[in-house]
Design a protein around this ligand. Structure first.
Ligand code: CA
Length: 232
């Protein structure tokens, strides 16, 4: 057994006793658990990309679970969300799914069921991450960590691959330089942040220029964006 947690879970639940119980239960199962006791703190923590799944109560002070879920999806945060519905009502459940939740569980629930549902969500999410990422004729295979433009295989270094994957997972959206730095070089990187620019240059020489393309755009003072397939 390794000491690495199985996954990082964010629990957003204002009932402190219930939250404490869930934290104990999930920690005993090998998960690392973060807790937020109100909606706004929950939304803030949910934006952290190192969170693997979110357990989200609906009735919360500050901002309710439906609004948090909708806000996250609108921001492009795709972390799987399991909503805790208070009553056995179809209304709750339909609304939870409608806001972009992946699953729901009605209170009161057993930890065994919660853990099983979470593991199922995490598996589905891992399968999703393993699917090829395709933008126009450019594609990445996250399992093989390979890159192709049309029929041409492009050889990328680990950093180049990770940088391109970070951009391709958010097609058409600007990804901040600092975000890229943390994602590809790690939170504790202490070198020159211009390394991002240098590697963007390497990528352009491999995936764009030989093909007469200019898909990686610089958004001055902000970061970089890869063109979505339809905005050429
Ligand atoms: Ca509540």
């Amino acid at each position: 057994m390794s000491d690495e947690p199985e996954a990082r879970i964010l629990l957003v639940e204002d009932e402190v006793a219930l939250a404490d119980g869930v934290v104990r239960g999930l920690t005993a199962e090998g998960f690392a658990v973060e807790v937020a006791h109100d909606g706004l703190a929950g939304l803030e923590k949910a934006r952290d990309e190192s969170i693997d799944a979110i357990v989200l109560d609906i009735m919360l002070p500050g901002m309710n679970g439906y609004r948090i879920c909708r806000a996250l999806r609108e921001e492009g945060v795709g972390t799987p969300i399991l909503m805790l519905t208070a009553k056995q009502g179809e209304y709750d459940e339909a609304e939870a799914l409608d806001t972009g939740a992946d699953d729901f569980l009605s209170k009161p629930f057993s930890y065994v069921v919660l853990v099983a549902r979470l593991r199922a969500l995490l598996r589905r999410s891992a399968d999703g991450r393993a699917q090829p990422i395709v933008i126009g004729d450019l594609s990445l295979d996250p399992l093989a960590r390979t890159c192709r433009r049309g029929a041409t295989d492009i050889s990328l270094t680990t950093r180049e691959y990770e940088l391109l994957e970070a951009l391709m997972r958010k097609p058409g959206q600007v990804v901040g330089k600092q975000d890229l730095l943390e994602k590809v070089w790690g939170d504790d990187f202490e070198g020159d942040p211009n390394v991002v620019e240098v590697y963007i240059g390497y990528l352009r020489r491999k995936i764009d220029r030989p093909f007469g393309r200019n898909d990686i755009e610089t958004v001055r003072g902000v970061g970089y964006r890869i063109r979505a397939g339809d905005d050429d």
